[in-house]
Design a protein around this ligand. Structure first.
Ligand SMILES: C[S@@+](CC[C@H](N)C(=O)[O-])C[C@H]1O[C@@H](n2cnc3c(N)ncnc32)[C@H](O)[C@@H]1O
Length: 285
């Protein structure tokens, strides 16, 4: 029989993760205890004395072993919160990043007065960008595209879990190939790491995010080139593209979209002040 309460287990785990030099030990410990016990934030606060079962303690010990071996919490639990919604993540999908919420904010601003927008998410992964938008815009319809069938099946299952399947469809393919437009908004977080820099990424990224989601080719711009060429053909005349930018890529990506006869409106900074989302439209005729 176990004596550990959730609260005690969380504190002790936090101490051990801190001693191991992890960056956010208390948060990791909290998320892991919540993940193995199924407790919500409110239950953790209101019922700190709830005892853990032997099975939960054993599961937590296994989670601790994996975390100490460098696996991110979201990979251990198979879930990540994005835009306040819970998404399944698997080895086939990028672990959604908080910075990408900048794209959702920028897109919502653009779609504020649109009665029933049609949205396209290129490189949908878990579906986090598309599904966050559909969650906020009850009249919107959306299509998520990915070249990875495994990622697409995660996105479809996330849509079902969030009750959004009726308004979301998923398409296996290479960017816009084979799609019927036009769309009012195209959103995309493409792979943008320079091939030669992949080996220098943090271990948690390098070993756990899929290469297909990271590798942007020799100069990191391969996907942007393909997107700049293909997006104008599937946007409505008043439509917009919202594209995630890698660190230091704003000027180069701006030039690519301007060369493709798109009109770049702004680069929206993330919470750290880094230009994160390029907003572009079609030139007025
Ligand atoms: C950086 S991840 C973004 C995932 C998700 N949108 C997010 O923000 O978390 C890029 C995604 O693009 C997909 N991808 C890579 N090449 C592609 C291509 N040629 N056509 C469509 N999707 C592609 C990858 O499989 C991956 O899911």
């Amino acid at each position: 029989m176990t004596l550990a309460t959730r609260d005690h287990a969380m504190r002790m785990l936090g101490v051990r993760l801190r001693a191991a030099g992890l960056a956010s030990p208390e948060l990791d410990a909290r998320l892991l205890v919540m993940g193995v016990t199924g407790a919500s934030d409110i239950e953790m606060l209101r019922e700190p004395g709830t005892r853990m079962s032997d099975a939960e303690e054993a599961h937590l010990a296994e989670c601790e072993r994996r975390r100490l071996a460098g696996e991110p919490v979201s990979r251990i639990l198979g879930r990540r919160e994005f835009w306040g919604l819970s998404f399944a993540v698997t080895p086939a999908t990028l672990d959604p990043r908080p910075d990408s919420e900048t794209l959702v904010e920028a897109a919502l601003e653009l779609l504020r007065d649109h009665p029933s927008p049609r949205i396209l998410d290129l490189g949908t992964g878990t579906g986090c960008l598309l599904l966050a938008l559909l969650h906020e815009l009850p009249q919107a319809q959306g299509t998520g595209v990915d070249v990875s069938p495994e990622a697409l099946s995660v996105a479809a299952s996330n849509a079902a879990q969030l009750g959004l399947s009726a308004r979301a469809e998923f398409h296996l393919g290479n960017w816009t190939e084979g799609l019927d437009g036009p769309f009012d908004l195209v959103i995309s977080n493409p792979p943008y790491i320079r091939h030669g820099d992949l080996g220098t990424l943090e271990r948690e990224v390098r070993e756990h995010d899929p290469m297909l989601a990271l590798d942007g080719g020799e100069d990191g711009l391969a996907a942007y080139r393909a997107l700049a060429l293909s997006i104008p053909g599937i946007l409505t005349q008043s439509g917009h593209a919202v594209i995630e930018l890698g660190m230091g890529q704003a000027d180069e990506v701006r030039s690519l979209f301007e060369s493709a006869e798109m009109c770049v409106l702004r680069a929206v900074p993330d919470l750290a002040g880094v230009p994160r989302a390029l907003v572009a439209g079609r030139p007025r005729r």
